[in-house]
Ligand binder design. Structure first.
Ligand code: ARG
Length: 253
């Protein structure tokens, strides 16, 4: 996320501090957990008709079951999710956020629910290494750690940001961008989904731990999410969902 956007997000979350955040008791009493996500990010959260589905969708629903509540999804732009959390638009944000020191100033994170990293994705004839990206047009999703990293790579022709993950992927599919920097599992999924595009995964740029965000200071909710997460990781639920989407267990080792 942009430095200034983050600074204002931090200010905002302080200013709105104790507005009307729902505590754990209020969530349990209502029976509903409001969860924000940007659902064009297959296979983590994406839509099937009106339903939000995917690895993180099923995981969030399994966590909610442990808490005795139901998830109500609130799809939103990725760059608005953490601000929305500070403004009490959601109880949780489950949208594959990398746990970064900047974001930790604005929100609190549960323990990581998977580990992955940013990778270069291009057509087989396209640039697959940082060296080959010199002078090339790179697409990324707005507000992501991939955008941040791509903007720091020296010598790129351009870095264009798109509001959704799907839009950024589209640019490399239709040849308007030479490469796309995104999550490794998102890249694998895109390669599988668009075989005619002959996509290839290139250099891994960095690794990150991915976490669920709660409003800054909501320690009881964060604790309940961590307990539920430990539960699904211990009872086989996590492994089952992970194997369904990835053929492997993607928890941090
Ligand atoms: N892992 C990246 C980040 O932390 C990207 C997450 C994008 N998520 C999404 N649902 N579009 O910024």
């Amino acid at each position: 996320m942009h430095k200034y956007a983050l600074a204002s997000l931090t200010l905002l979350s302080c200013a709105l501090g104790s507005a009307s955040a729902r505590d754990l008791a209020a969530i349990k009493a209502s029976g509903v957990l409001y969860v924000g996500t940007e659902p064009t990010y297959a296979p983590f959260t994406y839509t099937q008709g009106k339903k939000v589905v995917g690895f993180e969708a099923e995981l969030a629903e399994a966590l909610a079951r442990k808490l005795g509540v139901k998830v109500e999804w609130r799809p939103s732009g990725f760059d608005t999710l953490l601000i929305g959390l500070s403004r009490d638009r959601f109880d949780l944000v489950v949208s594959s956020h990398g746990i970064t020191p900047e974001r930790q100033k604005a929100v609190d994170f549960a323990n990581p629910h998977y580990c992955s990293g940013g990778v270069v994705l291009a057509k087989a004839s396209g640039p697959l290494t940082v060296a080959a990206l010199k002078g090339k047009a790179v697409a990324v999703q707005l507000g992501t750690t991939y955008a941040q990293r791509a903007q720091k790579l020296p010598g790129l022709g351009s870095v264009r940001t798109y509001p959704t993950n799907a839009d950024a992927l589209q640019m490399v599919l239709n040849g308007r961008a030479d490469a796309f920097v995104t999550d490794r599992f998102v890249a694998l999924e895109a390669r599988k989904k668009f075989p005619q595009a002959n996509l290839k995964l290139g250099e891994m740029l960095f690794q990150e731990k991915i976490g669920i965000a709660v409003k800054k200071g909501n320690a009881p909710l964060r604790g309940a999410v961590n307990t539920a997460l430990r539960g699904v990781m211990a009872d086989g639920t996590y492994q089952k969902i992970s194997t369904k989407y990835f053929g492997e267990d993607i928890r941090c080792k």
